[in-house]
Write a protein that binds this ligand. Structure first.
Ligand code: ZN
Ligand code: ZN
Length: 175
């Protein structure tokens, strides 16, 4: 960061309330008569412990490290269930992968997506939230959810190739 930059320290993002989301999920499953199988529990526990924006493949790898019998389809169906329950939000950030993260209305954030290295930066901006509400109101629209995504180059990927941090080198190609 340049020294002259007037950057207010980015306020720390509020973390999703895991305990509340868990109990919401339990209620949802009870209401639907969905059994909490051993594999399902493992997948859900692993997901709650994992970092955000995880793909099915990454989640499957983590789950299989504990129980090698778990299949892709089970992970996929479990994540679908979590999305339907509203506890999890699905994102398609344009790299061909669906990513999942805990969705807490009280800890809402939006995303900056780097097209070069795939980095996903989260931000919270009350002014954008208020503006969106204003726009909705103007149209007599009741907002249930919104997504705000910006695509471009992260600060690292704007540097000449040799000066980038090791992290952003070479991930450009989609696998
Ligand atoms: Zn980048
Ligand atoms: Zn996020």
């Amino acid at each position: 960061m340049k020294s002259g930059e007037t950057s207010k320290a980015q306020p720390k993002l509020r973390a999703p309330d895991q305990e509340r989301l868990r109990s919401e999920l339990n209620d949802y499953m009870l209401k639907r008569g969905l059994r909490s199988t051993e594999q399902r529990r493992l997948i859900i526990d692993t997901f709650f412990d994992a970092h955000e924006h995880i793909t099915i493949d990454s989640l499957l790898k983590l789950v299989r490290a504990v129980d090698a019998r778990v299949g892709y389809a089970t992970v996929y169906r479990t994540m679908k269930l979590l999305s339907e329950s509203g506890v999890v939000q699905e994102h398609k950030f344009g790299d061909g992968f669906t990513r999942y993260e805990l969705s807490d209305d009280d800890a809402h954030h939006d995303h900056l997506v780097c097209l070069e290295c795939g980095k996903i930066i989260e931000f919270e901006e009350p002014q954008i939230e208020q503006l969106q509400e204003k726009i909705a109101k103007r149209h007599g629209f009741l907002v249930r959810a919104h997504k705000h995504e910006m695509y471009g180059l992260c600060s690292d990927c704007q540097k000449p190739k040799g000066q980038r941090s090791a992290r952003s080198e070479g991930r450009g190609a989609r696998s």
